[in-house]
Design a protein around this ligand. Structure first.
Ligand code: NAI
Ligand code: MG
Length: 338
């Protein structure tokens, strides 16, 4: 079998970390057919648009993409390509796993998968100003759009993920005490979906502010978490901080007809081209891609190899306190996988 994957190297450190990730994926023994496409600055520079049609067309065909980080220029025009991709493919589920790998970190025993709704809530961007007297911007209004369908499919995704991956508990995170409708609907639907999984997956619910505190006090209590867009955005960064930061944080964006896997971090222009970036997050994203297509054993092998290189062999990039370059680290992981 050959797996067709759209490959977007991305900007900044993107090409460096993607090259190592491709090497590791190929070392698993699975055959890949890479359809290399452009997006972001690289696409602007070559074809004059940040999200070319042929890139979208490719993802439509393969329904699978591995994507490097894309630079969003500050000040000048174009919309975030990441948001554009989410909308184009209805990538409603954002999956952010975080597990403590590096010993001696502040937190041990963290193994959390955050499932974030990716399309709705306050981030729909329905906003306006209201003029009062001569002040045209006296009041700003922002509308959170939450649908029953949106809530149901994200919560169902979280519970089904828990079943598939042998997870025990799903924590539903909300603010239904204050946002009685926007968050209330989410909680109501979530509790209802939870009953369908009675006896298979346990569940509880927790208010967002308490959750933020519990995460820094006792993160090991959490297993799978599911929440709406903005809460998920904030919690996922908090959670990645518990396990050593951006260099180790992968993410997946999943929709009914396509899935896009990427590191959580950006294009890191400050270290681009220097060969020192940590490719781990991109490799962990690639492992999620393998899980997604049912190659869980190979996904586990990539994760185990990475952990062995970092912990067992003590080969680490600079962000983790080591001296290894991107390629040296990639070579070590590929050797261990193969
Ligand atoms: P960033 O994540 O690129 O960098 C933040 C800090 O973390 C920098 O000091 C960087 O050197 C370090 N860092 C990030 N990834 C690393 C890695 N793999 N290994 C070692 N160090 C790493 O965030 P920043 O600087 O805010 O954004 C830079 C650009 O990336 C912007 O244009 C932004 O819009 C874009 N971006 C793109 C994302 C995506 O495509 N998914 C996500 C976040 C930002
Ligand atoms: Mg964010």
């Amino acid at each position: 079998m050959t797996l067709d994957v759209t490959l977007i190297e991305g900007d900044g450190i993107g090409p460096e970390i993607t090259a190592e990730t491709v090497k590791v994926l190929e070392a698993t023994g699975l055959r890949f057919s890479w359809d290399r496409r452009l997006a972001g600055m690289a696409a602007v520079d070559t074809v004059g648009t940040p999200l070319p049609d042929d890139t979208l067309e490719s993802i439509r065909k393969t329904s699978l993409a591995l994507k490097g980080p894309l630079t969003t220029p500050v000040g000048t025009g174009y919309r975030s390509v990441n948001v554009g991709l989410r909308k184009a493919f209805e990538l409603y589920a954002n999956l952010r796993p975080a597990r403590s790998i590096v010993p001696g970190g502040r937190y041990q025993g963290v193994d959390i998968v955050l499932v974030r709704e990716n399309l709705e809530g306050l981030y729909v961007g329905v906003e306006n100003y209201v003029q009062v007297g001569s002040d045209p911007r006296a009041v700003a209004q922002s509308m959170a759009i939450v649908t029953r369908l949106g809530c149901e499919r994200i919560v169902r995704y979280a519970f089904e993920y828990a079943v598939r991956h042998g997870r025990k508990t799903v924590t539903i995170v909300h603010k239904a005490n204050i946002l009685k409708m926007a968050s209330g609907l989410f909680l109501e639907v979530a509790r209802q979906v939870a009953t369908e999984f009675d006896g298979r997956v346990a569940s509880n619910d927790m208010i967002i502010d308490n959750t933020a505190m519990q995460l820094v006090m006792r993160p090991e209590q959490f297993d799978v978490m599911v929440t709406t867009n903005m809460f998920g955005d904030i919690l996922s960064d908090e959670i990645s901080g518990l396990v050593g930061g951006l260099g180790l944080a992968p993410g997946a964006n999943i929709g009914p007809s396509a899935a896009i896997f990427e590191a959580v971090h950006g294009s890191a222009p400050d270290i681009a081209g220097k060969g020192v970036a940590n490719p781990s997050a991109q490799m962990l994203a690639a492992a999620m891609l393998l899980d997604h297509v049912g190659e869980v054993e190979r996904g586990n092998r990539v994760r185990a190899a990475l952990e062995d290189v970092i912990v067992g062999q003590n080969i680490r990039t600079r962000d983790l306190g080591g001296t290894a370059g991107t390629r040296e680290f990639g070579d070590a992981v590929a050797r261990r996988v193969g």
